[in-house]
Write a protein that binds this ligand. Structure first.
Ligand code: SF4
Length: 316
């Protein structure tokens, strides 16, 4: 049984929960909808796959404080907790029921995530179930990804799985600074992606949480990533303590969804499908967006102006 320590947010948009999955081990999990779509159309859960994260990406508040990995049951407990609040009979009638293994932790460093992926289809009656694995592709994870491919083929065919790799820039030196661990080269990511993608699957997403002065060169991308199999997702750099500390400024203005960007045009001209993913700015205030982490906020003495402004309510 997990114990809820605190929560923040708006029931109609996004709720973040700080929960204890085993004695002394706190993680965060999130549920959100994407207005104007009602929950029955799209419901998104985010769960944690590690206690802290050993990667330490420059913009991420969840990095650091690494002290171990939740078990399969501790990951499932987060999902059960969020599901049981809305659908206690575990029948989930949402057209798209997305579970992102992305709140805190690099999923490929916890093999229990694979056991969770195998369990989900029998645990819930959810025709819209779509797990989403987002990775920075750390070195030494080949076995995880080989098994992931088998699981995707067996349990999640025909577009029921989303695979995302976070690159953040095409400049390899900057990539090394931004994601400061040994990781797969573009060649290795491209080879795996080619192998992973089966016709009928969703295209593999290349993520760029784009900071100013972080080049994204379509020529470099085309050398490795086939636009028939890979798409580009650009997100703003969300307001985090680490981004502020590292003086990172977002390339994309999260307050202006209609703004045009030269880079996006250049990527489209190169043949890529480009998704500019600007979430609700309200989610920044709640602290539910990518890279945000309530516990960093709670221990900070200098709050961020446009992030984490919702009150965190301790559970009774
Ligand atoms: S972005 Fe993901 S991999 Fe990077 S430090 Fe944060 S949780 Fe870890």
């Amino acid at each position: 049984m997990i114990k809820v320590h605190a929560s923040a947010g708006d029931e109609d948009l996004a709720m973040v929960y700080i929960v204890e999955t085993s004695p002394g081990n706190l993680v965060e999990c999130v549920e959100s909808v994407q207005p104007p779509l009602p929950r029955e159309k799209k419901w998104v859960l985010l769960v944690s796959t590690m206690f802290g994260c050993p990667i330490g990406c420059l913009m991420c508040d969840a990095g650091g404080h690494y002290h171990g990995k939740p078990t399969r049951d501790e990951i499932l407990a987060q999902i059960d907790f969020l599901v049981d609040k809305r659908f206690p009979d575990r029948i989930i009638p949402c057209d798209q029921f997305k579970i992102q293994f992305a709140r805190m932790g690099e999923p490929s460093l916890n093999s229990q995530v694979l056991d969770v992926l195998q369990e989900l289809p029998q645990r819930y009656q959810a025709p819209g179930l779509m797990p989403s694995i987002s990775t920075v592709a750390p070195a030494g994870t080949r076995r995880f990804f080989d098994r992931l491919l088998e699981i995707k083929q067996e349990y999640y065919p025909a577009g029921h799985f989303q695979f995302q790799v976070s690159l953040h820039t095409t400049d390899t030196e900057l990539r090394d600074r931004f994601i400061p661990v040994k990781k797969w080269s573009f060649t290795q990511i491209a080879e795996y992606g080619e192998h992973f993608f089966t016709p009928g699957d969703r295209k593999i997403t290349l993520n760029f949480a784009l900071a100013q002065d972080m080049p994204v060169d379509p020529v470099v991308l085309l050398r490795f990533f086939n636009p028939e199999k890979f798409l580009i997702k650009i997100t703003p750099l969300n307001p985090t303590y680490r981004a502020r500390e590292n003086e990172l400024v977002s390339y994309v203005n999260p307050l202006s969804a209609g703004q045009k960007y030269e880079l996006i045009q250049a990527l489209q001209d190169a043949g890529y499908q480009v998704i500019l993913s600007i979430g609700e700015t309200e989610e920044n205030r709640i602290g539910s967006n990518c890279g945000q982490y309530l516990r960093t906020h709670l221990s900070s003495e200098l709050p961020i102006e446009d992030g984490y402004t919702y009150q965190v309510k301790p559970s009774p």
